[in-house]
Design a protein around this ligand. Structure first.
Ligand code: ZN
Length: 133
């Protein structure tokens, strides 16, 4: 939880249904996420999910990270992941039970949608708002 120096991408993720706001900062070089950090405010679920995501994606390639984000979002939607997919998600698997708490689902997926938005667009759009999961 800090500002990142020399970031290449910065994006504000917003979940209006709960008031969560996170700012993701990434330093991407040669398709790899060299470093990542965030600052933000909001409920404990959104902040914990962001913290774990940032730890998980450091050092990964962009494509791997997009895959993880898709797996996390599918998991929260209720899909059963394979053992390999669970291993890859690491500590983020702790959020699996959120699928039973519809009001908190957007809080948990906020950082993952935000990073998908950065990586799939290839450039930072500036901000992203979760309207539906
Ligand atoms: Zn929240």
């Amino acid at each position: 939880r800090r500002e990142l120096e020399n970031y290449t991408h910065k994006e504000l993720g917003h979940n209006p249904s709960c008031g969560d706001e996170i700012t993701l900062m990434l330093r991407i070089k040669d398709q790899t996420i060299e470093d990542a950090s965030y600052i933000g405010q909001g409920c404990a679920i959104s902040q914990a999910s962001t913290s774990i995501m940032v730890d998980t994606i450091k050092g990964l390639e962009k494509e791997e990270t997009i895959k993880l984000a898709n797996d996390f979002i599918e998991m929260i939607k209720g899909k059963e992941l394979t053992e390999d997919e669970k291993d890859e998600l690491g500590d983020a698997i702790a959020f699996e039970s959120i699928k039973n708490l519809p009001a908190r689902v957007k809080c948990a997926v906020l950082p993952w949608y935000t990073i998908k938005n950065i990586l799939e667009e290839g450039k930072s759009q500036g901000s992203f708002t979760v309207h539906q999961v």
